[in-house]
Write a protein that binds this ligand. Structure first.
Ligand code: G3P
Ligand code: MG
Length: 237
């Protein structure tokens, strides 16, 4: 029912191994994390286009080689006690999650369409060389292009379309290819949209819900999973 957002973003630095460990300590089976490419083509776990907010560095993430990213402090911004935190690679994260018994909702994070092809290729290669099982993985994206390419490259995986007001019109494009799930911005989810998504046979997830008092209404609409920064707010697992 509960998926930790960017690990558990309210309780540990987002998109870090500490965050994933914290999610496991909270009893969560699933975390949502974001992946993008370093300048040298390595998929790393990071949300923003630039490194300022979540590290002590400056500039666009895609301009840093992975070795330079590894020199950044990815934890002090959250809490000084996390100053040793590093940006993890996807490869490291898959191994870590396997050890921790945590399943991954991996968001293919795209800021420019030109990023899609190299990112999907690199993510597919990392997944192919990893022992991480397909049934413990759900790949999601706002980008229709990214999902279509992933479906072709990694057909054994499940796929989720992340929808907000800007791209909800892309949902119909998946009618012929199918999806596992649709992940809707909770601020735009109506009963009608929930009904439409469920009638297509998809699992329905909402993000990023940090108000537990709204959970019952969403569950009443047929929501299957809640993606939240803080699972301790909910009496759900
Ligand atoms: O996967 C749902 C959610 O993570 C999408 O928004 O910006 O937090 O990646 P964002
Ligand atoms: Mg995300």
């Amino acid at each position: 029912m509960i998926i930790g957002h960017r690990g558990v973003a309210a309780l540990a630095p987002e998109n870090t191994l500490s965050g994933i460990r914290k999610a496991a300590e909270c009893g969560l089976d699933w975390v949502e994390i974001d992946t993008q490419l370093s300048a040298d083509g390595i998929p790393v776990i990071f949300h923003d286009d630039t490194v300022e907010r979540c590290t002590d560095g400056n500039g666009k993430l895609e301009t840093f080689n992975v070795s330079a990213l590894k020199n950044l402090d990815a934890g002090s911004w959250f809490d000084k006690a996390h100053s040793d935190e590093r940006i993890p690679t996807l490869e490291e994260t898959l191994a870590f999650c396997l050890d921790e018994g945590v399943s991954i909702n991996l968001e293919i994070k795209v800021y420019r369409d030109a990023q899609v092809a190299p990112l999907v290729e690199a993510v597919s290669a990392v997944l192919a060389s990893s022992a991480f099982p397909a049934e413990k993985l759900l790949i999601s994206s706002f980008s229709k292009n990214a999902l279509m390419r992933c479906k072709a490259a990694i057909p054994q995986c499940r796929f989720g379309f992340i929808a907000d007001k800007r791209n909800i019109s892309d949902l119909d494009a998946f009618d012929d290819v199918g999806l596992y799930s649709v992940h809707v911005d909770h601020r735009m989810l109506t009963s009608e949209l929930a009904k439409e998504i469920k009638s297509k046979g998809y699992i329905l997830n909402v993000w990023t819900l940090n108000e537990c008092e709204k959970a019952d209404a969403f569950i009443g609409m047929g929501v299957d999973n809640i993606i939240t920064d803080d699972p301790t707010l909910f009496n759900l697992k």
